[in-house]
Write a protein that binds this ligand. Structure first.
Ligand code: NAP
Length: 466
């Protein structure tokens, strides 16, 4: 009888795809709880940390301290990072099955959702995810351009990403200059002529997805006045009843914050941020050159669905909101991975508690798992991914105990490393990343900033003398 992997002479070999928070949390849970495991963490980018480096707003540095936890995980001698190695391109699923007993997909939600309205493709209309990736120095988005000569900007959606976007648009160059925002974005935002920014919610203040600390921060911007419309922050009867019934005080507090904004008068700051509710864009209007000039909005009312959820329904009242730059921030969406079953309507890998399921039989596929946003969709804060990853890894342990693992022909650590070297000689190890990290933070220190990021693959390789 062959023994199960997980012994000193036959370690369990696990490949994790995606080095965002979930990938590190999965690695951590594996390294802490498996008997003997060797974990390889792959990412298509040279740098680790996913959205912590490339999604978290540059003026929210404290959140980025979570990378100290990831450093501790990476210090384990049974952990390796393969940065710059893309699943499906540099290494295929078939390759990984030759080297690992278990594979975990932690690729997050790499694209954005659409609103599906006419004019969405006009020039000047962008997904917020592109703007976020651009100002954070994501190598794939550094060449994006946004027309910041426009004075009026609309951001559709009222989640925390939308709040990040309006905050960055409303910050002064001095405020931004102390952050790790990409240099080119800092230069572009210095020249920004943006004056009026609108945040558009399709439901009411009680249903807004943003969290209280985030919306409160909007009221404390150095050079932007925040306001809301009194009629729109007043709760409709259904919302009022729902808030009163709920034990959750946070929603009540949120409504109070928004009511206070509605009472504010302009104080003469250079920019104005207006929070709107109960309106949905139904069309983007453009000029002859194909540039967006305005949003056609319909006023909504709320109704209760059979499950009790309050949803928006269009009334017959329309208005036109002039805006020369529009960001849609209506949620991220997962991208299918080559050869991995995908649930198109939810934008996630087809899975049960993290076990990847066969598209036809809906039965678990041996050796393949998912965790994080690609497992459950783009919800929650960074820490939400910790128990999520633990749930997946616990399923992996259960399957291992039952002998349901892949049987790789070459499970040796060196064999996988040789494959990576052959396919992607310029890959980054964690040590390489820490060298780059040191250079970035040293460049930052000189300017009183947390770091000055490298934003292209060539620059990163050159910095390490490659
Ligand atoms: P989100 O929280 O799901 O918000 C999406 C927003 O888009 C909602 O207001 C939603 O309204 C709206 N929306 C969806 N479809 C729409 C449509 N067709 N027309 C108009 N509005 C539409 O997503 P997110 O802002 O992308 O954030 C993703 C996750 O990351 C969230 O869990 C968020 O809290 C987290 N995050 C946290 C921070 C932080 O902690 N500082 C920062 C950034 C992101 P409905 O509610 O009506 O559907």
């Amino acid at each position: 009888m062959t023994t199960l992997p997980g012994t000193p002479d036959r370690p369990l070999r696990v490949a994790i795809i995606g080095a965002g928070p979930t990938g590190f949390y999965a690695a951590d849970h594996l390294l802490r709880n498996a008997k003997v495991v060797e974990v390889d963490l792959y990412d298509r980018l040279l740098t680790p940390y996913g959205l912590v480096r490339l999604g978290v707003a540059p003026d929210h540095q404290k959140i980025k301290f979570v990378t100290n936890v990831f450093d501790k995980v990476a210090a384990n001698p049974r952990f390796r990072f393969y940065g710059g190695v893309e699943f499906g391109k540099d290494v295929t699923l078939a390759d990984l099955k030759m080297h690992y007993h278990q594979i975990v997909y932690c690729t997050g939600a790499q694209t954005d959702r659409h609103m599906g309205i006419p004019g969405e493709g006009l020039s000047g209309s962008h997904p917020a995810t592109e703007f976020v990736a651009w100002y954070n120095g994501h190598p794939d988005y550094r060449h994006c351009t946004f027309d910041l000569t426009q004075e009026r900007v609309a951001v559709v959606g009222v989640g925390n990403v939308a709040v990040d976007v309006v905050r960055i648009l409303c910050r002064t160059p001095e405020e931004l200059a102390t952050t790790d925002i990409a240099d080119y974005a800092l230069e572009a935002l210095r020249k920004s002529r943006v004056k009026d920014v609108y945040l558009l919610g399709r439901r009411g203040p009680a249903q807004a997805a943003f969290t209280n600390p985030e919306v409160k921060e909007l009221g404390e911007l150095a050079d932007a006045d925040v306001t809301a419309r009194a009629d729109e922050v007043e709760l409709d009867p259904l919302s009022r009843a729902a808030v009163e019934r709920s034990a959750d005080r946070a929603t009540q507090k949120k409504v109070e914050i928004l009511k206070e904004y509605a009472n504010r008068r302009p104080t003469g700051k250079s920019r104005r941020l207006t929070l709107r509710f109960m309106v949905s864009p139904v069309e983007m209007l453009g000029d002859e050159a194909g540039n967006v000039t305005a949003l056609k909005l319909v006023r909504n009312e709320l109704y209760a669905t059979s499950t009790g959820a309050l949803q928006p329904r269009a009334t017959g009242h329309f208005e036109t909101l002039p805006a020369g730059l529009v960001f849609r921030s209506v949620g991220y969406r997962g991208v299918p991975l080559p050869g991995v079953p995908f649930n198109e309507s939810w934008g996630v890998i087809l899975n049960d508690k993290g076990r990847v399921l066969d598209s036809d039989t809906k039965q678990p596929i041996v050796g393949e798992y998912a965790a994080g946003w690609i497992k459950r969709g783009p919800t929650g804060v960074i820490g939400t991914n910790k128990p999520d990853a633990a749930e997946t890894v616990d399923c992996m342990f259960e399957d291992l105990a039952a002998g349901r693992v892949l049987e790789p022909a070459h499970p040796e650590v060196a064999a996988a490393e040789a494959l990576v070297r052959q396919r992607q000689p310029n890959y980054f190890s964690y040590e390489d990343w820490k060298k780059l990290d040191k250079i970035e933070t040293e460049r930052g220190r000189a300017e009183g900033r947390p770091r000055v990021k490298f934003t292209s693959v060539d620059e990163m390789l050159a910095a390490l003398g490659r």
